[in-house]
Each structure stands twice: as structure tokens, then as C-alpha cells.
Design a protein around this ligand. Structure first.
Ligand code: NDP
Ligand code: MG
Length: 394
């Protein structure tokens, strides 16, 4: 007979987002396995309040303090304790009652709450890749110091993590990060210069938040994932390669020294890696995830085109350079994606702005947290200046 395990207490940073909502779907299917301790959102107070009541969360945080009263009125009469501000998210993520913190905020904003959770020794299921892009050395060092497991949620890294289970001393020759290629896989540079935010937001395989969807279209996301893989698996950049695989069935692969290749396959459904991170090392049933190979028929592969997607090269060079370079990229990318979504710049300008910002912000070899926060601020400021200049010339 199976031993009865205690329910895992989960905190979700970014519960109202694409990953957060799917995580709650998974938790809803397995109420016997999980309890919701904490939910954090930025501004979507209505959904946050509904989720907190439905999942009987102990605590909820609305990061935008201006929305506290609205959220509070929706939660009056419930058992949910409501807080506001990022500092509250940091101190609650630090709670001793939590078993796993799902980091699913988007962008750099998740860094402080995640560091706080790590310092309390809470395991991290990490979707928020920008944290590793911007502060990989710092985050992994802290995790090591506090013996905190960092479990990947991003589908590619979950795939690699799964392939490495039970491998005592992995003699990895190469990590193969698969990529759908995004909506503009076959566009020319000229065609890409004219795409609209609506077109870029139409991802062929995954339904995700806006930022990561635009990053997928520029393939900055794949560049970030190479950096993420470096930090998760301690693999040098020259052993991490991108393979375009439009069907998105193989979620990534590991080639070993002896030539054997292990892959993880499945439908493109984020609930699978989310659930695996939350139930690890166990596997549990999940509705709607059965894949029929005869329906898929064939799988195809192509090399990535570094000329049409310059963001990939920027990421490799940033990884080689190290220091605060990833942080500069991540800050500039957030600002550039936002400007593209608001119609201020063209699609092809995004990579250019990131590249130019990387060249102009002072390099710091071994940045501490303060250096990282300052680099992020300066990079955003610099990227905004470039964007303002665009406004004058267009
Ligand atoms: P969404 O934009 O859908 O959701 C982001 C979540 O974070 C929301 O809950 C949002 O709250 C919250 N949030 C955003 N900014 C802040 C802030 N400043 N303070 C507090 N909370 C904030 O993003 P996704 O769910 O798509 O992505 C989340 C992370 O996971 C990203 O790093 C992404 O790269 C990564 N990822 C996502 C995948 C996906 O399939 N979606 C796949 C692999 C990785 P509110 O709703 O109130 O704004
Ligand atoms: Mg991914």
C-alpha cells in the first residue's frame, strides 16, 4: 500500500497569469495532494480574489497597493488574509509553512520574492526564466547555499530534467533545446519588419502571456532558454544547441558522450511540466494529455537561422561574457517588448535595442544583488532613450 504523504503546501507567485492559472487547474485535479498557502498577483484583483476563495488560500497578495481596497471588499467574509505590495510577497514567500513556491511572475519582478523564498529554504518550481537570465549566478549560488532545489517548469528544461533522472553521473555531450520557431519561422527580415503586435501574439503552438509570446516570435525566448539551461544544468554554452522542431512534440533532448540521445515527448501542454515540478519525483494522472503518435505522423527538424533571428546570437555572447550582461539583456528586452506592443517600434527593432543596450551599459564581472538591481534600472533607462530616439526619426 502507498504511504499517505502530507499535502504539499504551494505558493504561486503570479497566480493570475497563464502558468499560474494552469497550475491551479492541476491543483484542482489533485486536491488530495496539494494545499494552496499563498497566491500573488500584480493587478488582476478580481481573478486573484476568486482563486483565493476557490482554493481556500491562507494568504493572498495584490502587489499593486492601489488595488488593495477593491480586492479586500471581494474577500470580506472569507478566511483569506490579504496583503499588498511586493515586500509582502517577499515576506510571505519566506514562510516556513510552504513546501514549494511556483515562480510564475513575468520578467525581472519575480527576482526579489524568489530570493526571499530560497533564503527560507523553500523549494522553487521555476517558470520565471528572466530570473536566471538576469541573475543566474546569484540565484543558483543562493539555492546551493540553502540546499534549495530549483525545479524547472519551462517545457524544454523540464524535458532535460526528466531525461537526466536516474543518470548518476551525466556525461552530457550536448543539450538540444527544441524550438517551434514561432509565428515568423518562415518570414524574411523584410516581412518581419512589417508585422503587427497582433500577428506576433499569435503563437502557433503555445498559449502564453504576452511578454513570452513576443520573446518567442523574436526567438529571444530561445536565447533566454539557452542561458536558463546553462544555469539549471551547469552546461557550458558550446554544449547547448537550438533545434527548430515546428511540431513541438519533442520538448528537448540530451545527447550523451556515447552518442545515445534521450528525449521527452508529449503534447504541447504546460500543465504537464507544471504538474511534474509540483509532484516531483512522482508522476500523477492528468486529464487530456494522451498523445496519439499515429495522428502526429512525423516529426521534422531544422537548424535555427541566426541571421533572421539575431536575438539568439546576443544571448550566446551574453552567456560567454557573463557578469551582469544577462541582466542588461533582460531589462532592455522587457522595455523593447513593451514598446513594440504599444506600437512605438517595429518588430525588428527589438533585437537591435537589446544589442545596443548591452554594448553601452557598464560591465560588472561579479554582480551582487545591488549591482543587479542597479543594472536593471540603468538598462531600462538606456533602452527607453533609444526608443525615444526612434520616435523622433520615424
Ligand atoms: P503572464 O503575463 O500570463 O502572467 C504573469 C503573472 O505575473 C500574472 O499573475 C501577473 O499578475 C504577475 N505579475 C506580473 N508582473 C508582476 C509584478 N510586477 N508584481 C507581481 N506580480 C506580477 O505570464 P506567463 O504565465 O505566460 O509567464 C510567467 C513566467 O513563466 C514568465 O517568466 C514566462 O517566461 C515563463 N514561462 C511561461 C510559459 C507559458 O506557457 N505561459 C512557458 C514557459 C515559461 P496580473 O495578472 O495581476 O498582472
Ligand atoms: Mg520554453
Amino acid at each position: 500500500m502507498e504511504r499517505q504523504e502530507h499535502k504539499r503546501k504551494i505558493a504561486i507567485l503570479g497566480s493570475t497569469g497563464s502558468i499560474g492559472r494552469q497550475a491551479l487547474e492541476v491543483i484542482g485535479e489533485h486536491r488530495d495532494l496539494f494545499e494552496v498557502e499563498l497566491l500573488v498577483a500584480n493587478s488582476n484583483y478580481e481573478l486573484l480574489a476568486r482563486q483565493a476563495v476557490e482554493f481556500d488560500a491562507n494568504n493572498a497578495v495584490i502587489c499593486d497597493p492601489a488595488l488593495y481596497d477593491k480586492a479586500a471588499s471581494l474577500l470580506s467574509g472569507s478566511n483569506v488574509k490579504l496583503f499588498s505590495g511586493t515586500d509582502s510577497a517577499c515576506s510571505l514567500a519566506n514562510g516556513e509553512d510552504i513546501d514549494i513556491v511556483l515562480a510564475a511572475m513575468s520578467g525581472f519582478s519575480g527576482l526579489r520574492p524568489v530570493l526571499s523564498a530560497i533564503r527560507a529554504g523553500n523549494a522553487i518550481a521555476l517558470a520565471n526564466k528572466e530570473i536566471l537570465v538576469a541573475a543566474g549566478a546569484l540565484v543558483t549560488e543562493e539555492a546551493f547555499k540553502h540546499s534549495v532545489p530549483l525545479i524547472p517548469v519551462d517545457s524544454e528544461h523540464s524535458a532535460i530534467f526528466q531525461c537526466l533522472q536516474g543518470v548518476p553521473c551525466p556525461e552530457i555531450a550536448e543539450l538540444l533545446i527544441t524550438a517551434s520557431g514561432g509565428p515568423f519561422r518562415e518570414y524574411t527580415v523584410e516581412e518581419m519588419s512589417r508585422v503587427t503586435p497582433e500577428e506576433a501574439l499569435r503563437h502557433p503552438k503555445w498559449k502564453m502571456g504576452k511578454k513570452v509570446t513576443i520573446d518567442s516570435a523574436t526567438m529571444m525566448n530561445k536565447g533566454f532558454e539557452v542561458m536558463e539551461a546553462h544555469w539549471f544544468f551547469r552546461t557550458p554554452p558550446h554544449k547547448i544547441n537550438i533545434l527548430v522542431h515546428p511540431e513541438s512534440i519533442i520538448h528537448s533532448m540530451v545527447r550523451f558522450e556515447d552518442g545515445a540521445v534521450l528525449a521527452q515527448l508529449g503534447l504541447p501542454d504546460m500543465r504537464i511540466p507544471i504538474q511534474y515540478a509540483l509532484t516531483y519525483p512522482r508522476r500523477r494522472p492528468l486529464k487530456g494529455t494522451y498523445m496519439d503518435f499515429t495522428e502526429i505522423g512525423k516529426l521534422t527538424f531544422q537548424a535555427p537561422d541566426l541571421e533572421r533571428f539575431p536575438a539568439i546570437g546576443i544571448a550566446y555572447r551574453a552567456l560567454e561574457k557573463g557578469g551582469n550582461t544577462g541582466c542588461i539583456m533582460s531589462g532592455a528586452d522587457e522595455v523593447a517588448v513593451d514598446a513594440f506592443l504599444n506600437g512605438k517600434i517595429g518588430f525588428n527593432d527589438i533585437a537591435g535595442i537589446i544589442g545596443e543596450t548591452v554594448e553601452n551599459i557598464t560591465y560588472i564581472k561579479s554582480p551582487g544583488l545591488e549591482d543587479i538591481l542597479e543594472t536593471d534600472r540603468l538598462s531600462r533607462e538606456y533602452a527607453l532613450k533609444i526608443i525615444a530616439r526612434h520616435g523622433h526619426t520615424h
